[in-house]
Design a binder for this molecule. Structure first.
Ligand code: ATP
Length: 359
């Protein structure tokens, strides 16, 4: 694991002009825009062709070109990032391309947040442990023989909902698993590691929080719901026609829609955010720093069931680049998650407390 002292040594060598850097993908637009609005210099790590949005929207002061996104872990790239006094903001794509092993052991660039917690959201078993420790409601899990209701079946690794399927019984489950194997879409190992959980019939709310260690406070900055293919197209086909066509549903996220939750649910929403922050402090000290997300389904009994979490900025924050109804309530201005991160770094610099929010 990268040692905190090594990172602090690097930070001590930085001069005052910090650069906020991230990989040009995922949530980079508002991370960089937010940093610029807070007066930081910004850097987009990119490959030819993928730089277009960051150029066209003018959110990056500097570009660092690599041949392949995977090269961000290379020593020479790290060296350049350090030369520019960079603080990296990790997001889903950054983590995927840099790789958790590299982030944990080789990536010697100061990073906003707690790099140790990233594995806890990436691996389903660790994620489940953290959610349980936080005492949050999660979908009931099943072994194939136990299936007694509608379940959703997920496979290991971040597949973005690809290949997930619904089953209504043990027999249905095995039939569909065998079909996927026959088509070569999964192998025996995938089948063994299939994660089977109760299909929660409810409405989707992805809750975007920010925990400020400097203020010791959990803020709710926005909520989105997911726009998924092909399921959101499939449900536009009348039921009787659906039965005639042979299309399996998939849950690939293609977009995000901003949403607000009924106001009477907000006490519970804050309670859930607080509980996760407390649990993370215990299990992966110093815990969550900055953005995190709880992906929930709200049942007709108004219970919020958490089916997934992110312990870093989540893609759904793109739904409020110009602020959300909730972030507006804090500052009376259109605050994005990216700008909130930059604001925390700015405050830490002012208070000389950067080491509390960096790893
Ligand atoms: P990502 O990590 O990119 O968010 P993922 O591959 O981990 O995606 P999930 O977020 O677990 O996938 O699920 C994708 C979608 O599947 C959800 O947005 C939701 O529509 C549906 N889904 C997942 N779990 C459940 C559940 N228990 N009940 C009902 N629907 C679910």
């Amino acid at each position: 694991m990268v040692k905190k002292e090594e990172i602090l040594d690097i930070l001590n060598k930085y001069d005052k002009d910090i650069t906020i850097a991230t990989l040009g993908s995922h949530t980079a637009l508002h991370i960089l825009k937010g940093a610029k609005l807070e007066g930081f210099s910004t850097l987009c790590i990119t490959v030819k062709g993928r730089d277009i949005p960051y150029k066209r929207f003018g959110v990056a002061d500097k570009f660092l070109y690599v041949d392949n996104f995977k090269d961000i872990a290379k020593e020479e790239v790290q060296e350049k990032l350090r030369e520019m006094n960079s603080i990296i903001i990790p997001h889903g794509s950054f983590i995927a391309y840099c790789g958790l092993d590299n982030i944990e052991n080789n990536f010697l660039v100061p990073m906003f947040g707690n790099r140790k917690i990233l594995r806890w959201e990436a691996e389903r078993n660790l994620e489940g442990k953290l959610l349980k420790e936080a005492n949050l409601r999660i979908p009931k899990r099943f072994k194939p023989e136990e299936i007694d209701r509608t379940v959703i079946v997920k496979f290991p690794g971040a597949r973005g909902g690809r290949g997930y399927f619904i089953a209504n019984s043990k027999e249905d489950y095995y039939k569909k698993i065998n079909l996927l194997k026959e088509k070569g879409l999964i192998d025996d190992k995938d089948a063994e590691n299939a994660h089977i959980e109760e299909y929660v019939v409810g409405t989707n709310f992805c809750l975007h929080f920010f925990y400020s260690p400097l203020k010791d406070e959990v803020e709710l900055l926005g909520i989105d719901r997911r726009y998924e293919s092909n399921i959101d197209g499939l449900v536009r086909i009348p039921a009787k026609d659906q039965l005639d066509i042979d299309i399996s549903a998939s849950y690939v996220i293609t977009g995000n829609i901003p949403v607000v939750i009924r106001e009477s649910l907000l006490p519970e929403v804050f309670n859930m955010g607080d509980k996760l922050v407390e649990a993370a402090k215990k299990i992966v000290p110093p815990g969550i720093i900055g953005p995190f997300c709880l992906q929930t389904l709200c049942t007709e009994n108004l219970e919020l069931i958490v089916f997934e979490m992110s312990a870093r900025i989540d893609g759904g924050t793109n739904s409020f680049m110009n602020g959300s109804p909730y972030s507006f309530l804090y500052s009376g201005e259109p605050l994005s998650m990216g700008q909130r991160i930059a604001r925390e770094i700015k405050l830490a610099l002012k208070l000389n407390r950067l080491e509390e929010i960096i790893s």
